[in-house]
Design a protein around this ligand. Sequence first.
Ligand SMILES: [Zn+2]
Length: 136
Amino acid sequence: MPDCIFCQIIEGKLPCAKVYEDDLVISFLDINPVNTGHTLVVPKSHYVSLFDTPPDLLQACIEVSQKVARAVFKGTGASGLNIIQNNFRSAGQLIDHIHFHLVPRNMHDGFFTSWPGKPYPSGELEKTLKKIKAEL
Ligand SMILES: [Zn+2]
């Protein structure tokens, strides 16, 4: 995809701080890190989201994410790590080429620390469950 910044990095047209690369996947430091060591894992083929990426390529991405996450975790001395994968603008996706964020975490690091969960109103859990299961 010519106007995709990640495809340009993969093709060597733009520089990156490369952490790892194999035939299917590349990993490099995010240039605007949430925390020091924030690393991206990106398949070398252009797909937009979780929904259009072939399962075998997702598997390769997760395997690389595990490998690189171990290195990020140990290399930064973090006490925790988030793997985040955003799909579409409403979920915070800024580059339309699927990618996984590996974010090393420490207590009180200023990134999110609470999960804004809230209980379902009466009857909504059952309705939602039915709608989701109907799509499987
Ligand atoms: Zn791309």
